[in-house]
Design a protein around this ligand. Structure first.
Ligand code: SAH
Ligand code: F3S
Length: 454
């Protein structure tokens, strides 16, 4: 191999949560720093990394299908390297190499620093068909990627990971096993990164972690970090995800209420409205405690929008307990809900529940549909009641139809209105004219003073 080869091209395709999107940017940054050219499609790439999610079975089957499809490209160009990274890579490890023998490299969430060297070792084997397969699967109790640059797309918004891993053991969840224990980044480094982003023109940042509000580093707990980030010059909006309800504390709510940049939106993953189910999920709060958190937040920030995650058909969930979840939805009236059927994840504690507790997929589907109907109708009622409001919208991208742009309000509602690409990154005052129930169509409000003076 000659040193004078043109830059190798790398393509990263990400599935799953925002943390994964952020990890994809990290991998791109690591590879770009080693001279790789980052490309936007796999067709001409020398290295293709599929950055995966393991949260539900469905997420994994999609990836297996996609990797098989990529193998079609590899048949034409055997020198192409296919890597699988992220949570599913960590969970399946060597099994993945057996099920998809055309995969060259499997790297878990703590192994990205060694991506370039691993790729180098694969490339050293001259005969592509006899290449070694490599796995990098050690979970590292300290790796938080300090000192490495993410490669972000230009734009007004950025994800900023402040925490990796999770110290909880919710009995349904695979995350602690594939991402290891909670590791928090140094607050000074987080702030320096946010300042740098602001200097590049970013005005909205979202702080990321599996239980982002349990962040603590030395004397700095999450509320203080949030306050400091909110005060960085140039940052107009701060969001954070995903918080755990038990760490929604008076101190956090105070910062949210006081700091102008912190958006009026909170994701509060309830998971269930049944105390018995919450206990069996090991969520560490009761329905009553969750409702107290809702009151705490709404008392301090009356206009706040709330979203949630709910799992139906957790093993052993009775009909009555399912109805308690519906009742919780009616009580809280979430602006948005991400709803899931329980998906069995090998190695998690819930798999050891008695076989007769597992709920048929037909029953689970029925419960899910009932929950979706309810949460959509609540969302639609809330959104219809908001038609006529004028809200600040950050324009994020072009809309689906030409001549339209799409943005979000501070309360995280999606609005489409007339405008062109040149407006991306602008803040506009937009009247919410109509709603489909889920999203809004609006029109840019003409400044009252301009009208008066015209
Ligand atoms: N704290 C994490 C939670 C990750 S998982 C975060 O950053 O969001 C996101 C959501 O997926 C969870 O809140 C839960 O509602 C759902 N989920 C997790 N494991 C699941 C499983 N085994 N089956 C169905 N849904 C699951
Ligand atoms: Fe999963 Fe519970 Fe942690 S949902 S990510 S184990 S807080």
């Amino acid at each position: 191999m000659s040193e004078k080869n043109p830059a190798k091209r790398a393509y990263v395709e990400t599935y799953g949560c925002q943390m994964n999107v952020s990890d994809g940017e990290l991998m791109e940054g690591i590879l770009a720093a080693q001279g790789y050219e980052i490309v936007r499609s796999p067709e001409h790439a020398d290295v293709v990394l599929v950055n995966t999610c393991a949260i539900r079975e469905h997420a994994e089957s999609r990836v297996l299908g996609r990797v098989a499809q990529l193998n079609g490209l590899k048949r034409e160009r055997p020198e192409m390297v296919i890597g699988v990274t992220g949570c599913m890579a960590q969970r399946m490890g060597d099994d993945l190499l057996e099920r998809a023998p055309y995969v060259d490299l499997v790297v878990g969430p703590d192994g990205y620093r060694s991506l370039p060297s691993a790729l180098g070792r694969i490339a050293k084997v001259e005969e592509p068909r006899r290449r070694n397969q490599l796995t990098v699967l050690d979970l590292d109790p300290v790796e938080n990627y300090q000192g490495l640059e993410q490669r972000r797309a230009d734009g007004p918004m950025a994800w900023v990971p402040i925490q990796r891993g999770c110290d909880h053991r919710c009995t349904f969840c695979i995350v602690p096993y594939v991402r290891g224990p909670e590791k928090n980044r140094e607050p000074g480094e987080v702030l320096a990164e946010v300042r740098g982003l602001a200097e590049q023109g970013v005005t909205e940042v979202t702080l990321l972690g599996q239980t982002v509000n349990s962040y603590r580093h030395g004397d700095t707990a999450f509320p203080e970090l949030l306050r400091s980030v909110a005060r960085v010059d140039g940052i107009r909006r701060v969001r954070f995800t995903s918080p755990h309800p038990i760490d929604v504390t008076p101190a956090l709510v105070e910062v949210m209420a006081e700091e102008a940049a912190v958006c009026e939106h909170l994701h509060l993953p309830a998971q269930s409205g049944s105390n018995r189910t919450l206990k069996r999920m090991l969520r560490r709060y009761s329905v009553e405690e969750l409702l107290d958190k809702v009151d705490l937040v709404r008392d301090a920030i009356p206009d706040i929008a709330l979203s949630t995650d709910i799992i139906v058909a957790f093993p052993g969930e009775t009909d009555d307990e399912y109805r308690e979840t519906l009742a919780l939805m009616r009580t809280v009236r979430f602006d948005d809900a991400y709803t899931y059927k329980y998906s069995l994840r090998e190695g998690t504690p819930a798999t050891r529940l008695p076989a007769e507790d597992f709920i048929s997929s037909e029953e689970a589907q029925e419960r899910l549909e009932g929950l979706i109907d309810l949460s959509r109708s609540i969302q639609s009622e809330i959104n219809h009641s908001e038609v006529g409001r004028v809200e600040e919208v950050l324009i994020e991208k072009d809309g689906r139809h030409s001549g339209q742009v799409l943005g979000r309000t501070r309360r995280n509602k999606v609005v489409v209105f007339d405008g062109d690409s040149a407006r991306i990154g602008d803040y506009a005052h937009v009247a919410l004219d109509r709603t489909t129930g889920a999203t809004f169509a609006g029109s840019e409000a003409v400044d009252a003073m301009t009208v008066a003076g015209a």
